[in-house]
Design a protein around this ligand. Structure first.
Ligand SMILES: [Zn+2]
Ligand SMILES: [Zn+2]
Length: 173
């Protein structure tokens, strides 16, 4: 039974065994090298995954979470300056540095323009005024209270990322 060489695609009659993948020594070497490269690619991925730290998982979750915030608030103006955002950010009311417990709290995150978020350091006075209008004083005061520290485990972070990915998919429909 003639076979097609996996490398050069020519038809050939196998000399060694019926599943011989390549027509010649030259093609066989290339075929083996390709396999090794493929295997290394997979191994590298596994290694990288193993070396990931909690902070890597936090960052990945933050990216998906922010994407969800931007989609949830699509069409809204910037929470602080009340103008349409040229570049949309997801802006924290209580910052990640000061309140890491509220890092993934939906009420604490709102669509913000990049100018307010970055250059005006969240433009907090106006953020507060408009956040009260958006979610009510009770919830804003709740955000302003002290919150129990949160320690996410890696499986928890992976799960949360999956949940927010699903939420993003739903909003994109
Ligand atoms: Zn060949
Ligand atoms: Zn703004």
């Amino acid at each position: 039974m003639p076979r097609t060489c996996k490398i050069c695609k020519t038809k050939f009659n196998p000399q060694y065994n019926s599943v011989q993948p390549a027509c010649s020594i030259k093609c066989a070497i290339e075929y083996t090298n390709n396999l090794k490269a493929k295997k290394w690619k997979v191994e590298k991925k596994v290694l990288k995954e193993k070396l990931k730290t909690t902070s890597d998982y936090l960052k990945e979750l933050q990216t998906v979470f922010n994407q969800w915030i931007r989609l949830r608030d699509k069409g809204n103006v910037c929470i602080s300056c009340q103008k349409p955002a040229k570049k949309e950010n997801a802006g924290h009311y209580r910052s990640v540095g000061s309140s890491p417990q509220l890092r993934f709290e939906p009420l604490n995150n709102n669509l913000q323009c990049e100018y307010c978020n970055t250059y005006l350091h969240a433009n907090l006075i106006n953020y507060r005024i408009n956040l009260i209008k958006k979610i009510g004083l009770d919830k804003v005061e709740w955000l302003e209270q002290e919150h129990e520290p949160k320690h996410y485990s890696i499986p928890e972070l992976i799960l949360m990322k999956q949940e927010y990915k699903e939420k993003v998919r739903q909003l994109k429909r």
